[in-house]
Design a binder for this molecule. Structure first.
Ligand code: 77G
Ligand code: MG
Length: 214
């Protein structure tokens, strides 16, 4: 049977990256996506912006919506302090299976909890099932029309506290107009746009960082 793109991406990680070395995993995926096959990872350019937000915030609890192959999961988890935890939600079981192996190759399985399911179903169960009160950082990188409803859901479920940061990928391409309008107009958020490019291309895209004011 034919392999899938995520499976070929995993092969490139196993071939070119060193076990237990997250930076080499990130580099192997970026090389694969530039030289072999484009894939919808946040990528190296936007990845540097992601890194700077994580290192500035030094979060203890992180929620990632949309794992895909685990590229941003590895980028974030590799920067977390010792007892911090990252919960990442992935809807597609095939993507989840690849992501688990990418995360394990990077040696980060102890910091990451990958949960399979839809964000809309899992967010309301967060506090009871995953023993999390609030998230210091949420990285939104899943269905673009779920960014807004899931943000409202996180507010309603009390998962955001004063100072929680939402970092949203693809706010220009593919675009999340309703989400952008909401976080930029709401008095409950302080928003900032980081202009960049769609991963591995010259197309404009960017990240929106929104601080919850409580
Ligand atoms: N736990 C959960 N709950 C809900 N949905 C869930 C989920 N877990 C996963 N999904 C479903 C996400 C499916 C992938 C989302 N990402 C994207 O769709 C995406 C697309 C592009 C793109 C841009 C230009 C193009 F020409 C083509 C594609 C770039 C990106 O950086 C993207 O992140
Ligand atoms: Mg994305």
């Amino acid at each position: 049977t034919q392999s899938t793109r995520p499976q070929r991406l995993l092969g490139a990680v196993k071939k070119n990256a060193t076990r237990g070395d997250p930076r080499s995993v990130v580099k192997a995926i970026d090389q694969f996506c530039r030289q072999k096959e484009w894939a919808m990872n946040v990528g190296d350019e936007k990845g540097c912006i992601l890194d700077s937000v994580v290192s500035e915030l030094n979060p203890a609890t992180v929620l990632e919506l949309g794992t895909y192959c685990g590229y941003s999961t590895v980028r974030i988890a590799s920067m977390l302090p010792p007892h911090a935890k990252l919960i990442t939600l992935e809807f597609n079981p095939d993507y989840a299976a690849v992501a688990r192996q990418v995360i394990a190759w990077a040696g980060l399985e102890d910091k990451v909890q990958l949960v399979e399911g839809a964000s809309g179903d899992l967010i309301p169960k967060m506090s009871e099932q995953f023993e999390v009160e609030t998230f210091d950082l949420v990285f939104l990188d899943h269905w673009k029309d779920r960014y807004l409803p899931d943000t409202k859901l996180m507010e309603e479920c009390g998962l955001l506290k004063k100072g929680s940061v939402l970092l949203a990928d693809n706010v220009i391409c593919p675009g999340t107009p309703e989400y952008l309008e909401y976080v930029r107009a709401s008095p409950r958020y302080e928003s900032q746009y980081f202009r960049s490019h769609l991963e591995y291309t010259k197309v404009e895209d960017g990240l929106e960082k929104s601080v919850f004011l409580g």
